[in-house]
Design a protein around this ligand. Structure first.
Ligand code: PEP
Ligand code: MN
Length: 270
């Protein structure tokens, strides 16, 4: 399974081999204390990347929009303190060059998947890209979006399945597990599964995480927060940091059963 995709390099880290990569952290960077605490726990649990949005795309303009540049600075500081790489959403072409100092992997959000000028600009920039699937887009449209980046000469593209809109309302979105092997086979690029935005509620995150590993994902993008009840965005789907090591332990066991490795140390109690 794992040898059928090309390896994508993000700094010194290769994604797409037998080892699974975990990207974890809060939906948004909210404070220095919050992101440092998240970095400490996710690093100790085996994650390789710290996630955290600084420029948030929210459904309502009244909702928290992120800390902006200060958020990126805090994300970098926290990641560096624990030897993690960073993944964060880039909203516009103008943000790409200044983002290089703070963002190792540029996330294109679900709502921006078909923003062609942004896709082309990231293609020219050669910054590694995490391309989220538009929640109303087919696998074909997602693949074409990736081709806009690839065609500019940037081969460092990771696809991210984060759930699509269906008639179901028990979950926030419907995780399209079939999209994982299909997209991997069609483009030969690693696929990352985001169980958090699909589930919308933390109680289903473990099941969707393990389903993602079982259907061949090359990595996971998971939201976790020191105090989900206080989170300024996506609190209901955030796994409490205190429970994150246990989730990673399950990931390690399922990965092993499938012949993939995941370097999660034995569960540590924080
Ligand atoms: C996020 O990762 O916090 C996010 C906004 O994701 P998406 O674009 O998939 O909704
Ligand atoms: Mn989120």
């Amino acid at each position: 399974m794992s040898d059928s995709v090309r390896t994508v390099k993000v700094r010194d880290r290769a994604i797409g081999g037998s080892e699974l990569v975990v990207m974890a952290g809060p939906c948004a960077v909210e404070s220095r204390e919050q992101i440092l605490r998240a970095a400490e726990v996710v690093a100790a649990s085996g994650a390789g990347f710290l996630r955290g949005g600084a420029f948030k795309v929210r459904s309502s303009p009244a909702a928290f929009q992120g800390l902006g540049w200060d958020g990126w600075k805090l994300l970098r500081e926290a990641a560096d303190a624990h030897s993690l790489l960073t993944v964060s959403e880039i909203l516009s072409e103008e943000q790409i060059e200044p983002a290089r100092r703070y963002v190792d992997l540029a996330q294109i959000g679900s709502r921006n998947m078909q923003n062609v000028p942004l896709l082309r600009a990231l293609g020219r920039s050669r910054l590694p890209v995490l391309l989220k699937r538009g929640f109303g887009c087919t696998i074909d449209e997602w693949i074409h979006a990736a081709e806009y980046v690839l065609n500019e000469g940037n081969g460092d593209v990771l696809l991210c399945e984060r759930g699509i809109r269906s008639f179901e309302t028990a979950t926030r979105f419907t995780l399209d597990v079939a999209a994982v092997p299909i997209a991997r086979a069609r483009l030969g690029l690693p696929v990352i599964v985001d169980p958090s935005h699909a589930a919308g509620r933390r109680e289903w995150v473990t099941s969707l995480t393990l389903a993602g590993v079982a259907c061949g994902a090359d990595g996971l993008l998971i939201e976790t927060h020191p105090e989900p009840a206080q989170a300024l965005s996506d609190g209901p789907q955030a796994v409490p940091l205190a429970e994150f090591p246990k989730l990673m332990d399950s990931v390690r066991r399922v990965s092993q059963a499938l012949g993939r490795s995941f370097a999660a140390p034995p569960v540590t109690v924080f």
